[in-house]
Unconditional design. Structure first.
Length: 187
């Protein structure tokens, strides 16, 4: 039976719940593309079933930030996903901040182990610093999902180098997350 992976391309194309912006890029556009590429890789593997939160670039979820987040979580829960991967870009006032990090509900969990595999593979494929796995139990998509859930901050949209890499080579980020999922699931 196929492993069901729900890929949440964070944020909406426009408000409510639009993402961060930096270096001429919009978070919601960057993660939309990377999510599509990740879905393609998982489906090509043959061992995964995939559902995307935003199957088109125009897909708008909810009428507020709260209902947008709830729509993603409810869709993943009702589908019976085995894993929930939420893709985001980080941002900072410190433009030298760089690298990827993953957020989970709690450390010492299946989600944290999956996040570790994603992080190590992202760093290996992209060359960006591995900022590690951190517990963030307050995040809605991590506490309301019924399956192991990882929120991946792929890189800093506020860092010119990270932003250029995410924009010009989105396949590297999809490949890193894909390899992490494959490593964790063993397929």
């Amino acid at each position: 039976m196929a492993i069901k992976v729900y890929i949440d391309q964070g944020h909406n194309p426009v408000n409510p719940n639009a993402g961060a912006e930096g270096n001429g890029l919009r978070e919601q556009d960057v993660v939309y593309t990377i999510g599509q590429l990740l879905a393609d890789r998982l489906l090509a593997n043959g061992n995964f079933a995939v559902r995307l939160s935003r199957p088109t670039p125009q897909t708008q979820l909810g009428t507020s930030t709260a209902t947008s987040l709830a729509a993603r979580v409810n869709d993943a829960n009702s589908w019976g996903a085995d894993y929930f991967i939420s893709l985001h870009t980080n941002a900072s006032d410190v433009t030298t901040a760089s690298g990827s990090e993953s957020l989970v509900y709690a450390t010492g969990t299946r989600a944290a182990a999956l996040a570790q595999d994603i992080q190590s593979n992202l760093a290996a494929v992209t060359g960006l610093p591995n900022r590690g796995v951190k517990a963030r139990p307050g995040l809605y998509v991590l506490r309301k999902t019924a399956m192991p859930s990882v929120l991946v901050e792929l890189g800093f949209i506020s860092n010119p180098g990270d932003a250029a890499l995410m924009s010009q080579s989105p396949g590297l980020f999809a490949e890193g997350v894909y390899r992490g999922i494959v490593q964790y699931t063993g397929v």
